[in-house]
Design a protein around this ligand. Sequence first.
Ligand SMILES: *Cc1c(COP(=O)(O)O)cnc(C)c1O
Length: 380
Amino acid sequence: MMKFNTKTIHGGQEIDAAYGAVIPPIYQTSTFAQSIPGGHKGYGYARSSNPTRHALEKSLASIENGTYGLAFGSGMAAIDAILKLLKPGDEVISTSDLYGGTYRLFTKIFADFGIVFRFVSMADPAQIENYISNATKLIWIETPTNPMMSIIDILAVSKIAKKHQVLLAVDNTFATPYLQQPLDLGADIVMHSATKYLGGHSDLIMGALIVKNKELAEQLYFIQNASGAICGPQDAFLALRGIKTLHVRMQRHCENGRAVAEYLAQHPKIEKVYWPGFKTHPNHHIAKAQMKDFGGMLSFSTKGNNYKEAIRIVENLKVFTLAESLGGVESLVGHPASMTHASIPKEDREKTGIVDSLIRLSVGIEDVDDLIADLKQAIN
Ligand SMILES: *Cc1c(COP(=O)(O)O)cnc(C)c1O
């Protein structure tokens, strides 16, 4: 079997049949000619399938060690498709430390359709069993989590899911398959916001699902085609291009992430650095076991927990751009209390560690000396 660094470039890829193009062309077409009714060369109508998207879907399956990949118009559209596997009355057990958009989709859309959500802290997976009932159909996890960088033991959760015949879906956006491959750890569905590290260049919005089981793939494909939240061929082309360098980008994201985490940890003005690579991180041993390295995402808080000072730091950064999102080649900074988590009441947000001075970094692949110098001038 191909190794990961080869799969990102060649996994599931074929030379284009028409002219031998090495890179899958952008098939910017809505439909395909039929010689007789129903007689086409594998592609009928582009919502159902498109050669550029298909090439991407095969690449996605390959890099996640799955069998089937599905590409959507956004990460949220991919999650939406998973939830459409369920019926009113079905229950979902979800990690409580969750991407805000996922929480909104669960509680503001699918709860109204009669799906019941139970939010559980999964730092200790044994907790999950207390919430399983006959109606439980899906366990939803995210690891590392945003922005607190908590780690959930995927293998331990998958054992619980299998014991109770419940599907396990893992949002693998932060880690990417370079760092962890949830299907190999027993997950049924891997989900990505391909907008982030897979695309890698902050130039597209896309979602992905990868599974091993044929029946599950067919159900999800039926939903994808019926609901129609596919990605276009131009975006599929960009994502394929991004995936080809995933391994080299991730290697540098990890190196730079480590250097920045270590710099911040020794800085006298810094209170706490949240990064799973530190031995002091509560689930460091799990991160070490299930991840190849620790990634480029980290958060930190400053001493005195001053809201204004945190704002001053993010505004003074010059190489780090103040923006939502993550996972691109360029470094980004966010202030969860005033940006992504502003709608959560202060008391609730502080309970989960999102204090006023918390700052989140998506460490890019610039020269690390410039990143550290930028942090130094902004903090001092
Ligand atoms: C961004 C993100 C999503 C949503 O994906 P979109 O592509 O923005 O729709 C879901 N989960 C995580 C962890 C994310 O970071």
